[in-house]
Ligand binder design. Sequence first.
Ligand code: SAM
Ligand code: SF4
Length: 329
Amino acid sequence: MTGLDGARDQFGRRIEYLRISVTDRCNFRCLYCMPPEGLTWLPKSDILSYEEIADVVQQLAPLGLRRVRITGGEPTIRPDLVRLVAMLRAVPAVEDIALSTNGVRMRELAGPLHEAGLDRVNMSADSLRPERIARIARRDLGFDPVVAALAAERVGLAPIKINVVVMRGINDDEIEDFARLTERNPWHVRFIELMPVGDMRALTWEHVVASDEVLDRIGRLGALTPTAGPARGNGPAAYYRLAGAAGTIGVITPMTHTYCASCNRVRLTADGRLRTCLFGDHEVDLRTPLRAGEPLAPRFHDALANKPREHELLQMRVGGLRALSQVGG
Ligand code: SAM
Ligand code: SF4
């Protein structure tokens, strides 16, 4: 299981990518992710320190870990995130460090994060209209996602990926506007199918828009051809390009197509549990052995031996699934 070939799970998938949640808290309350009043936050003492997170990464690196993504909750609201990035950059085996963010603090943090060793960012943006951004995020923080993406691009955090969760009747009239962003900007705009997880009080299955419909609509703007995705960080998205466009359009289809067969990732929750699938309860506690000074490799191998073949959304067993902010979505 170890060695140059890296760690493999019970189905032979090579696991080289860790998504690290640094907080379950957020400065937004997106309709599809959190209720307006927030969630029951983890106590601070349960949350891994930056030193503990770096320790996990150092111990998993010899087992084949090559890429990490910092996520949450909203990672940029945890104080001194720049320090964590520098600590992860110091692990020689880690080839790629990415950040998932809502972009609110991008203008002030892009430079320091890049200097500390961050390679690139994925930004969430569900609307380009200020009043609608505030309505979907249930917070009016007066920020502009395009300005935030430009700030990240300016300091060299590339490629820029922009994630749009499409919701019928809420933002699906902006699909074309988002697609047009790729005409001039070398950005990768990815449309994500809404997943019925966490607190969906505000949304129902009727808000789900299948990616095939998204592509049909964009195809009416001009010729849309399949293309290779960004050079780095190819995940579950399928990519297309509008004729002559600088950037690409991606679709991520958790609801209508499975990409579990090529899954290469596991997740570390903010309180130190290793989750082998975004959905379901497949997780192993790493915090207890970490704080007891015990090696993590046996736990990692146990976790991989139980990584499920595919996620349970496909079987429509969705009851009780937690919000993505709680599992490092
Ligand atoms: N706060 C950061 C952000 O919003 O990018 C990182 C964490 S957020 C949980 C990670 C991604 O999950 C975002 O792109 C968000 O849009 C997506 N997400 C959260 N809940 C979702 C849902 N119910 N369906 C589809 N995507 C969801
Ligand atoms: Fe916060 Fe991201 Fe969830 Fe929105 S999707 S509430 S920004 S964690």
